[in-house]
Design a binder for this molecule. Structure first.
Ligand code: ZN
Length: 317
């Protein structure tokens, strides 16, 4: 199933039976919902039934006789939708507009409201945070798989920003950590325009036990992890100092996409503690710009919230 525009999404969400060509099938196709659930009591396939009070589908297996049981489990268990109060069909509108960058609160509220119910600002704020978190976790894994940026003839700029308190829904807690941004700001001919980015969240730098400036060794390790050696020139914006780690000389001659982006986000009112999220949202959309952003987002969300792989902290219902 492929939803190419908002009209097609509306047609899909209007299906009377979502389990027959509707939103349940869309979510199953991309991997956000399980396609089958085996009843843990008898080994038969559980059936999907609508739980009207929760506006959600449940896996259910009810047997009498020698092994009587009544197995019930939410289709949303361990999924992106596990904690939502909003019905999934309305969340899909939110995801649609988020994916395409139509992400002002007013747009999202308008587009996810019904004739009877106006989506609350609180719900939108919560959902935007969850969706940005999907971008964050997905990119983190992607960077790890893709390997290093930089290389011969490529200038890489490094930028550090402290990020504040933030509790993750599914992922690491990065309270008081630093975000290290790495961006290719000039590439050799034939490698295309627009530098690749890397982001790393790191722990607060340890105290200077070795007598070296605080955080220097850790920063070097992060650069080595993400940036191919052989760069002609590499600059670091370490708080207010600009340092070249090759020579540890200061430099002020930095042109980049990274700091203008941070500046733009701050100008839009994004506070520092949320900066990493907004940067990731931007990077995610940039990465997938040649694709159908809605379908790409659903697939990324299914990788991060894979219902077949519950998070370690998940409780058994
Ligand atoms: Zn059963």
């Amino acid at each position: 199933m492929d939803i190419r525009n908002h009209f097609q999404l509306c047609v899909l969400l209007a299906k009377e039976d979502p389990t027959n060509g509707g939103w349940v099938v869309l979510c199953q196709d991309v991997g956000l919902f399980l396609r089958d659930r085996i009843c843990p009591h008898c080994g038969d396939n559980a059936k999907l039934v609508l739980e009207k009070s929760k506006n959600m589908y449940m896996w259910r297996c009810r047997k009498r006789g020698a092994n009587p049981h009544d197995f019930k489990e939410s289709l949303a268990k361990n999924t992106l939708f596990a904690k939502t109060k909003l019905p999934v069909d309305r969340v899909l509108h939110i995801i649609y507009f988020f994916a395409f960058g139509e992400n002002t609160y007013d747009t999202i509220i308008r587009e996810s409201s019904t004739n009877d119910v106006v989506t609350s600002r609180e719900s939108v704020v919560q959902w935007m945070a969850w969706l940005r978190e999907v971008c964050f976790i997905w990119l983190d894994r992607h960077f790890e798989n893709e390997g290093r940026i930089g290389g011969p003839g490529v200038v890489v700029e490094i930028d550090e920003t402290k990020i504040g308190k933030r509790k993750y829904n599914r992922g690491r807690n990065v309270d008081g950590h630093w975000i290290v941004g790495m961006v290719e700001i000039d590439v050799v001919e034939g490698r295309g325009k627009g530098g690749r980015f890397r982001l790393e969240i790191c722990k607060p730098p340890a105290l200077a036990l070795d007598g070296k400036p605080r955080g220097r060794l850790e920063l070097e390790a992060i650069i080595r992890k993400h940036v191919e050696p052989g760069y002609n020139h590499l600059t670091v914006n370490h708080q207010t100092n600009f340092i070249d780690p090759n020579t540890f000389a200061n430099t002020q001659t930095i042109e980049s996409q990274w700091r203008p982006l941070k500046y733009k986000l701050r100008k839009e009112g994004v506070r520092d503690e949320y900066l990493a999220y907004h940067l990731c949202e931007y990077l995610w959309r940039r990465h997938f710009k040649e694709t159908n952003l809605f379908m790409s987002f659903l697939r990324c969300a299914a990788e991060v919230y894979n219902p077949a792989v519950p998070p370690p902290e998940a409780e058994d219902a």
